[in-house]
Ligand binder design. Structure first.
Ligand code: ADE
Length: 363
């Protein structure tokens, strides 16, 4: 990951980035950071980059031209129009999904404003994303850029140790972390929860998930409303089981895979609501079995978002008995309260699992 920060105070970024985990990542080359002083691109002999605002009012405004020149120098180095973020309180507040999406880029340009702001015309031309780090006003964008660099870097391979980064195989679930404990077993007469000493990993995982939900309900009910329980139901060959598992795990740490090859599970009734996210997957085996009658027909939604992965031949193929079958299922799902958001060819899981999962999670 290459970070390029355009700022009037490069030392603020350089100092903060060269310590701790980011410092280590810069040293070992997992991330690169280049700060550009906008002032170096001033056309003024006094190196001035700001001027009074048209229309009057307090404060100064950063001029379009010096920033545009600084940006163009960075853009030419990168070789294409890069993802360019303007840090400003007048924007959507950064969250974990945005962080994970930004971590997929190779280059990120960040523009830090100061004073009253930046001439709008240059922002219109160069900015691709406006991001705030919170609903408060800072003296400039540098701390915002640092927050972004820190949060994004955690997802860059090699920045964290293997152990530290294992948790990032899944997208984050909009849930707060469960509580942590270490030795001693009893401290100030408070005992570590028994289950954590049991060695039963499945139970421990369930307990942690419950504590996460409980804590989120208590401290961030707004986040809990955005949290979704993921269910991936599939019908097809063994390779599809693997694909469903991979997608489900990428979508959520706590997702559920339902194997509709098993008659018992196919026949069972499933009820979902708007907090569930349902993903259905079927390969050409489904085509061969002419859509085994009960598959995907015993599920009931209530404004439940639904994504479908059909075999590539269904999605791209010409109309046939099988595509009629998939159409029939789509119509049925629609009637049953599912909101079909998008239909993908199965091959997208192989070629771009994380990107697809991020797209799904953006709904
Ligand atoms: N610049 C000033 N305030 C900011 C904020 N809240 N987020 C990002 N950049 C800023």
């Amino acid at each position: 990951m290459n970070y390029h920060v355009l700022t009037l105070f490069p030392e603020m970024i350089d100092r903060a980035a060269h310590t701790s985990i980011l410092g280590r990542a810069l040293k070992n080359g997992c991330i690169h950071l280049e700060t550009t002083n906008i002032r170096d691109y001033s056309a003024d002999k006094h190196m001035r980059v700001d001027d009074y605002p048209y229309g009057g009012g307090a404060g100064m405004v950063i001029e379009a031209e010096p920033l545009y020149r600084a940006y163009s120098a960075v853009k030419n180095k990168i070789g294409h129009k890069p993802r360019t973020i303007y840090l400003t309180p007048q924007a959507k507040v950064l969250n974990q999904t945005m962080v994970e999406e930004l971590a997929l880029e190779e280059d990120l340009v960040m523009i830090c404003g100061h004073y009253e702001g930046i001439d709008e015309r240059v922002l219109d031309e160069v900015v691709t994303d406006y991001i705030s780090i919170g609903d408060y006003v800072l003296t400039g964008g540098e701390l915002g850029a640092m927050v972004l660099i820190d949060a994004v870097s955690r997802f860059v391979p090699g920045v964290l140790s293997n152990e530290e980064s294992a948790q990032f195989e899944s997208l984050q679930d909009n849930l707060l972390e469960y509580p942590h404990y270490t030795r001693p077993e009893i401290w100030h007469e408070k005992k570590v929860p028994e289950i954590l000493l049991s060695g039963d990993h499945k139970k421990i995982e369930e307990w942690r998930h419950e504590r996460s939900i409980e804590r989120t309900k208590e401290r961030r009910p707004d986040l809990l409303r955005q949290s979704m329980k993921v269910h991936c139901a599939f019908y097809g060959k063994d390779a599809l089981r693997e694909m469903a598992g991979k997608l489900c795990q990428t979508l959520s740490q706590y997702g559920e895979v339902i194997d509709f090859n098993r008659k018992k599970l196919r026949k069972q009734k499933y009820y979902f609501d708007s907090q569930d996210l349902v993903v259905l997957l079927a390969d050409e085996q489904f085509e061969k079995d002419a859509g085994v009658p009960e598959t995907f027909t015993n599920i009931y939604g209530k404004d439940t978002p639904c994504f479908i992965f059909w075999s590539d031949s269904f999605v791209h193929g010409i109309e046939s008995e099988q595509t009629k079958q998939t159409d029939k299922i789509q119509r049925l799902l629609d009637k049953r309260g599912f909101l079909i958001k998008k239909i993908y060819p199965l091959s997208t899981i192989e070629s771009s699992c994380k990107e697809t999962a991020l797209e799904i999670r953006k709904i």
